[in-house]
Write a protein that binds this ligand. Structure first.
Ligand SMILES: [Zn+2]
Length: 66
């Protein structure tokens, strides 16, 4: 059983992140990964691709099935 504060693997990079939320049925959790992830900004999708639309972000929260 995963609980808030546990460390589980990030689905993107495999590093361990901290659980910040668990669903009531215990099947879904949100993990905050401290690694940097490539992150594409979607709101400027109509503009040509340039470096401003791709950033590296830390502490992104992912939903994972457990
Ligand atoms: Zn990660």
């Amino acid at each position: 059983m995963v609980e808030n504060g546990d460390l589980i693997k990030c689905p993107k990079c495999g590093n361990y992140g901290r659980v910040v939320w668990v669903s009531k049925d215990g099947r879904t959790a949100a993990v905050r990964c401290s690694s940097r992830h490539r992150f594409t900004l979607r709101r400027n999708i109509s503009t040509p691709t340039n470096s401003e639309n791709i950033r590296f972000e830390k502490n992104i929260v992912f939903l994972v099935n457990i």
